[in-house]
Write a protein that binds this ligand. Structure first.
Ligand code: ATP
Ligand code: MG
Length: 424
């Protein structure tokens, strides 16, 4: 029987992240971690698999994520599980389950990892993508709102992302939002014909979601719609005002947009998004908001909270526009000629590596010329040249690749020369 050859490929919307791109990921992660830790946030790592009911309850049945984007399946026991589509509900689940509320009055947490949504794959939109998710649990604001917004801005600006626009709105609270909701429902009743099928349904159940629809016909139908800022109660107005004052004092530019609604049901009051003009249609780099009722909705204590998520793939696209990062080359490349020299080079390489000096040499035998070419391709800072003669004399040739300068160095001096004087 002739065996059929199959070509294995990754699943549509799922991507390999290869070494040539990794410098961007590492830079985004290490910089973000540094800033987050300096602001008192602690990392947690959670499973990618959760009970599906968590998100149905947390995010809301009428949202795009829950109604059509979740990777749902049953486990062998018939339980309905899903790959996490977002982190906030999950962090809240972990917060409640692990009784974090008893350990500290305020929990400042972050999570870096993959999220999964069954959306139509396109530039900037994948089915597995990554987020840096940040949550400040246990404060009603407005100080914590400002802290979260300034922190987000610092991370994105600090990475040199340039042209970003922070848009803010308040979605109101349980006192004032119901009024707006009923006004909007009434307004949308006459527009039903013009709405997409999803929004026709939403306009009854969850009319605020219509603002978040990307269909042009729905956007057009909202022309002349009631504005949420006209419904804010005094407390919501004061809360937002205080945040905006703090942002201004911090020198952070923002745009107030009463149409910004965000896709998740759990938001209360502050909602925000950071957009860029540099990425085309998928222009949101980060988004977030306040969720004062989510923790109690999911069975936990009453803990008002606020958070954001940065989309890492989109952040990296922005990083790429600003700087060309490459994986770091080795500090030293050892070129050797002859069998004895090669064994010596191997031992020396392992010794340098043990001292955490990134060192490479050629595998297999090749000419000096080809080894020098390899060193250039690796972008090595130094090349050491070792032949049998050098071994006899107890020296090596050290070439600094940038300047081309070449010196003879005693083998016994070499490590000191490369590492510098030992610090006690
Ligand atoms: P969008 O409006 O682009 O669909 P969203 O409101 O669904 O975004 P959030 O749930 O707020 O996004 O997630 C925060 C960030 O995660 C987004 O601002 C974006 O940068 C990123 N993101 C969301 N969905 C995807 C995806 N499918 N692929 C890549 N990045 C994504
Ligand atoms: Mg989305």
């Amino acid at each position: 029987m002739v065996e059929e050859t199959v070509e294995f490929r990754s699943v549509r919307g799922f991507h390999d992240i290869l070494p040539e791109e990794i410098a961007y990921w590492q830079r985004l992660e290490s910089f973000s971690r540094r800033i987050l830790e300096a602001h008192g946030f602690k990392e947690l790592r959670l499973p990618v698999l959760e009970m599906a009911s968590l998100f149905k309850r947390g995010i809301g049945e009428e949202t795009d994520i829950v109604s059509k984007e979740m990777y749902l399946f049953s486990d062998p026991k018939g339980r309905e599980l899903c790959l996490r589509p977002e982190a906030t509900s999950q962090i809240v689940r972990a917060y409640i389950q692990n009784r974090m509320d008893l350990k500290e009055p305020i929990s400042k947490l972050y999570l870096i990892g993959p999220m999964f949504r069954h959306e139509r794959p396109q530039k900037g939109r994948y089915r597995q993508f990554h987020q840096i998710d940040v949550e400040l649990i246990g404060d009603r604001g407005p100080i914590s709102d400002a802290e979260i917004l300034i922190l987000l801005w610092r991370i994105l600006q600090g990475l040199g992302m340039g042209d970003l626009v922070l848009t803010i709105n308040s979605l109101g609270c349980e006192v004032c939002r119901p009024h707006f909701k009923s006004h909007l429902k009434e307004f949308l009743r006459d527009k039903r014909e013009g709405l997409c099928p999803d929004c026709q349904r939403r306009s009854e159940k969850n009319p605020l979601r219509v603002f978040d629809c990307k269909e042009a016909q729905c956007k057009a139908s909202l022309e002349g719609a009631p504005r949420i800022d006209e419904s804010w109660c005094g407390d919501c107005t004061d809360h937002l005002r205080a945040i905006l004052d703090l942002l201004s004092e911090a020198g952070i530019p923002y745009i107030l947009d009463s149409r910004l609604m965000r896709g998740l049901d759990y938001y209360t009051r502050t909602a925000f998004e950071v957009k860029t003009k540099a990425l085309g249609a998928q222009d949101a780099v980060a988004g977030g908001g306040r969720y004062d009722r989510l923790i109690s909705t999911l069975g936990g204590p009453d803990r008002p909270s606020i958070g954001f998520a940065i989309g890492m793939e989109r952040a990296i696209e922005l990083l790429k526009l600003n700087e060309a990062l490459r994986p770091e080359g080795p500090k030293v490349f050892i070129a050797s000629l002859g069998f004895r020299a090669r064994l010596f080079a191997f031992k020396l390489m392992m010794e340098l590596r043990a001292r955490e000096l990134k060192t490479e040499m050629a595998y297999g035998e090749s000419s000096l010329k080809s080894q020098m070419r390899q060193a250039t391709r690796y972008r090595a800072e130094y090349v050491l040249i070792i032949g049998d003669e050098e071994l006899e004399a107890g020296t090596v040739t050290l070439k600094e690749m940038n300047s081309g300068e070449q010196t003879q160095v005693k083998i016994s001096d070499l490590i000191r020369r490369l590492i510098g004087p030992k610090t006690p």
